[in-house]
Design a binder for this molecule. Sequence first.
Ligand code: AN7
Length: 372
Amino acid sequence: MTGYKGLIERYRERLPVADDARIITLGEGSTPLIRLGNIPEAEDRGIELHAKFEGLNPTGSFKDRGMTMAITQAVSEGSQAVLCASTGNTSASAAAYAARAGLDCYVLIPDGKIAMGKLAQAMIHGSMVIQVEGNFDDGMRLVKQIAAEAPITLVNSVNPYRLQGQKTAAFEIVDELGRPPDFHCLPVGNAGNISAYWTGYCEYAGITTAVSNFLHGQCPYQHDAVTDKPPRMLGYQSSGAAPFLRGGFVEEPETVASAIRIGRPQSWDLAWAASRESEGWFDEFDDAEILAVQGLLAASEGIFCEPASAVSVAGALRDIRTGKIPPGSTVVCTLTGHGLKDPDIAMQQGSAVVKKVSADLDAVKQAILGDR
Ligand code: AN7
């Protein structure tokens, strides 16, 4: 591949990749860190607010960071097939990287509850799509059982190579800002990503944590510190699927943000450790609040992210307003997936206006100029 270097090539000395591995990459990572300068709540308080737009990865979500690692490792181990349960983005990413590697791919998705763009991706890349009459948590329970019995590699984030790849987003942020932010805001579903970012920030700061011990126990390597104090990790959930706010698993998760419609997070202990070790916190938002922030980012910053991603900015803005994030702070929000994944939701937003007119000059003039 020319031009784009994938994240394994860029951060290889910090990743557990065999010297002779065949690297499966689509040029993932190197996503833009976009300064959000049009949000008065932040500007008025001297807060530097940034969005790490992970929707610009090859399949449109942050999952590609973990998938280049998980699929590269699966190929190294001689695996012929991979398997995952998914609310949509993991299946899209697994399908694409498996196709590139020449592996069979099986994805379990909740029946009728995944965004159209994600389903289209799993289908066109040639994976076998199995719609389960149940939710994501049911699918997860089933794929774990199958992977324990059959020679098929599980590529959900319980696969430690996934989190290893995802930690590189934290490296990119520090490399670009020249230091870590004071606060890092993320949507939380299975809680793999918040655990991975915390690992990445701590690794760059030369700090060993419960999370990094877990990961590096399985994937050991050596490194030097390149920066100082890691940020506080702020995890945000949708109120209908907020086990971290309830203090226990949620049986019937429900939310407009289908990506994070998850009641039994797989990285439960790691995310609690990340929150505690970083002195962070969790908070929750209802569907209307999430959609309002998705609309705000699109209309005032030109950034189209999916609803689950908007939860991170919803969180940052509330905590800025209340002063939990103090004036003068530097804040990074991860926008985990692209808005085009879920066009139905965007079209239903109240701000989406289409005028229908006849193909004549007066009618079009009236439509445009009548409005000014
Ligand atoms: C856009 O694809 O779990 O807390 O199966 O797609 O690391 O789980 C997706 C999760 C946030 C939550 N934003 O991240 C799946 C899946 C988007 C997502 C999350 C997901 P984690």
